[in-house]
Design a protein around this ligand. Structure first.
Ligand SMILES: Cc1cc2nc3c(=O)[nH]c(=O)nc-3n(C[C@H](O)[C@H](O)[C@H](O)COP(=O)(O)OP(=O)(O)OC[C@H]3O[C@@H](n4cnc5c(N)ncnc54)[C@H](O)[C@@H]3O)c2cc1C
Length: 380
């Protein structure tokens, strides 16, 4: 058993931390306030190779292990969840469906720009009437000659409307009992990106509703086999859950560091607040949660790299880490007192942002369903 990160992991962590602290941290509060998606910084993340960490070298990627991607996401989330989710969704939801399941034609057409971070892609699964219940997907795609004709709507889709978004992969009903994934290039007639949502958190990330009205795309835009869409997105979500867990680890690390530093510096009644057990024990609990979440997330990442089943471990890691992150952001805000309620205090933004960690890529309730079923319980 080896719990150590290797030299490659450590070098990547140092590189991403330096980038996050110099290019993201100083600006993140303003981006959050203005709901501004900083496309130039996302391009810089591309130039650093972050979108291509796990992609095949053939498409310009580094072909590195999944642990590297988790480390990059964790380090971004330590300073700003909006940029972390932009990377997480860009890879897990944008690149991976095409990289894992797409035809050579789709890969050659789309992957080089996505892997280089010159372009972004979204994945449209959720609909106004189908979220946790993905089987209720109502968007339809009908084959007409050599084209799919798509009608329907998607809700809350990340990276779907940026200046560099090149496509969304959507799930659509292609038969009565059949869901398939289809690539819809940005700008296709009949494909409308609605105005960006106003959000409680992740305000500098890009999230839109999408509408498809007699939207025609080539039949060859089908991702993998017809009717395999359900299996494809379940597999996509398993990876994504570990990656969301990695975001939560970054948030926990942030809360721990910020709270300990403030508890040493801030004085009350003649002593540093960290000398009061009420405050010190909050920090102690954050240390425990950070350590536990990190172990769960990187164990799940390691299992995935071994090629074995990891659905259960991914759900456990996502559930624990996201709920711990919410607890830690609430407690860190408390450690900061009134200052914790102010926008310029990092933990206050982390608090607002963290809530969605237990909603996206499967709610906490859905994770508990997955875990219960993994235990053989007949829960519905
Ligand atoms: C900022 C943001 C970004 C997102 N990005 C994307 C994206 O890029 N692509 C994408 O496809 N989606 C995206 N989503 C959507 C997200 O995945 C869904 O919101 C999530 O899966 C929950 O679906 P829902 O909102 O329809 O809630 P619902 O499914 O309506 O759930 C409502 C509540 O009921 C509970 N519930 C539902 N069914 C059950 C059940 N069977 N048992 C117990 N409890 C249940 C849920 O846990 C929840 O508490 C994003 C969401 C947000 C907020």
């Amino acid at each position: 058993m080896d719990f150590a990160f290797n030299d490659e992991h450590q070098a990547l962590r140092a590189m991403v931390r330096e980038f996050a602290e110099s290019r993201i941290a100083p600006n993140a509060e303003a981006w959050d306030r203005d709901h501004h998606f900083p496309v130039d910084v996302v391009r810089e993340m591309g130039e650093l190779g972050l979108f291509g960490i796990t992609a095949d070298e053939r498409w310009g990627g580094a072909g590195a292990d999944f642990t590297n991607l988790c480390i990059a996401i964790e380090e971004l989330a330590r300073v700003d969840q909006s940029m972390a989710i932009t990377l997480e969704a860009g890879v897990s939801l944008g690149i991976n469906p095409i990289h894992e399941f797409g035809s050579e034609e789709l890969k050659e057409r789309w992957l080089p720009d996505l892997v280089a971070g010159r372009a972004l892609a979204g994945f449209g699964l959720t609909e106004p009437g189908a979220g946790s219940d993905a089987a209720a997907t109502a968007t339809r795609a009908v084959l007409d000659g050599d084209e799919w004709v798509i009608n329907g709507a998607k809700a809350f889709i990340t990276n779907s409307g940026t200046d560099i978004t090149s496509l969304v992969t959507i799930t659509a009903r292609t038969g009565p009992d059949e869901i398939s994934c289809i690539v819809v290039p940005a700008g296709t007639p009949g494909f409308t990106v609605e105005p960006a949502y106003r959000k409680m958190g992740w305000r500098a990330s890009d999230t839109h509703g999408l509408v498809f009205e007699d939207c025609r795309v080539p039949a060859t835009n089908l991702v993998g086999e017809r009717g395999r869409g359900f299996q494809q997105f379940l597999s996509t979500l398993d990876d994504g859950r570990i990656a969301i867990g990695a975001m939560a680890v970054g948030v926990l690390q942030c809360c721990l560091e910020q709270s300990v530093a403030y508890a040493k510096e801030r004085e009350s009644m003649g002593k540093p607040i960290g000398s009061y057990q009420a405050v010190a024990f909050k920090c102690a609990d954050m240390e425990v949660m950070t350590e536990a979440a990190r172990l769960l997330v990187y164990k799940a990442a390691w299992l995935k790299e071994q090629g074995g089943p990891f659905k259960q471990e991914a759900a456990v890691a996502k559930l624990y880490a996201s709920e711990a992150a919410i607890t830690a952001t609430r407690e860190a805000t408390q450690v900061f007192g009134g200052a914790g309620f102010m926008d310029e205090t990092l933990v206050s933004r982390q608090y607002r942002d963290a809530k969605v960690l237990e909603i996206g890529e499967g709610t906490s309730e859905v994770q508990r369903l997955v875990i219960s079923r993994g235990l053989g319980l007949p829960v519905s």
